[in-house]
Design a protein around this ligand. Structure first.
Ligand SMILES: Nc1ncnc2c1ncn2[C@@H]1O[C@H](COP(=O)(O)OP(=O)(O)OP(=O)(O)O)[C@@H](O)[C@H]1O
Length: 245
């Protein structure tokens, strides 16, 4: 479904992605993990066409996404931070998005699911952070996209909304959607991820199930296995810095 071939991206001298190769299938939830600054958001933005890789190709259902805008209507994206035209109210935002995308939407289902009725006529700038995140979630789901991408989706959500979001993500996976998720919340990874992809120094350091990861690190749970990977990465970085000095 999503084929990423040899993607590289640098910002100035900083090589953020350095030869990423992965295939992401339908009906699976992939959790992208890695230390801060390891390139998770950059990779996601490359898939979304918001960042242009220096090298490599990305295919969605066998179509190269380069210079191809049509594929974007297949993706629902919930970014880390909501950035809206602040003077619009929630319904105006949904209508504007529908006008731009020109595809049918079922926003009412999700407004009710996330208890957003009271926010209908409120200016977006006056909504709380968590409510803005729920508006973001509605935007991601309402066009019934084949691919859903969540960048730290739980930030700011209350426990009930967080549970609801996780249920919805699983439901969409079971319908055959491809789901990509970045998160630092390990319980979320354990509950949701069919596969973990751990990024380090611009490359994929590990790809496999949570169980595989725990086994390969010879640890008793995911938290310890991730800590082990992070420690290894810190040691590696220190070695590289010493070599460079
Ligand atoms: N537009 C940009 N211009 C310059 N540097 C950038 C830009 N976008 C990202 N970077 C740098 O690229 C590196 C990777 O950033 P990215 O946001 O992809 O990491 P991340 O793995 O998502 O991090 P986090 O876990 O902290 O969210 C960081 O060092 C960041 O400062």
């Amino acid at each position: 479904m999503i084929e990423i071939r040899n993607i590289a991206k640098a910002f100035g001298k900083l090589q953020v992605l350095n030869g990423i190769d992965i295939s992401l299938e339908k009906g699976k939830i992939y959790a992208f993990l890695g230390p801060n600054g390891s390139g998770k958001t950059t990779l996601i933005k490359s898939i979304l066409g918001l960042t242009q890789p220096d090298k490599g190709e990305i295919f969605i259902q066998d179509e190269n996404i380069k210079d191809n805008w049509r594929y974007k209507s297949r993706i629902g994206y919930m970014p880390q931070i909501a950035r809206f035209p602040e003077n619009l109210n929630m319904m105006e935002l949904f209508r504007m998005t529908m006008d731009i995308r020109k595809t049918p939407a079922n926003e009412e289902k999700y407004i009710s699911y996330f208890n957003l009725e009271d926010a209908r006529d409120k200016k977006l700038k006056n909504l709380s952070g968590g409510t803005k995140q729920k508006v973001n979630a509605v935007l991601a789901f309402m066009f019934n996209p084949d691919i859903l991408i969540f960048d730290e989706p739980s930030v700011g959500l209350d426990p009930v909304s967080h549970l609801k979001l996780k249920d919805l993500i699983r439901e969409e996976r079971d319908k055959g959607k491809t789901i990509l998720l970045t998160t630092h919340i390990l319980s979320e990874v354990e509950e949701l991820a069919d596969e973990v992809i751990f990024l380090l120094e611009g490359k994929i350091y590990f790809k496999g199930t949570v169980q595989n990861l725990v086994q390969t690190q010879n640890e008793r749970n995911l938290e310890r296995a991730i800590a082990q990977l992070l420690l290894q990465s810190e040691k590696k970085t220190k070695k590289l810095n010493l070599k460079a000095a």
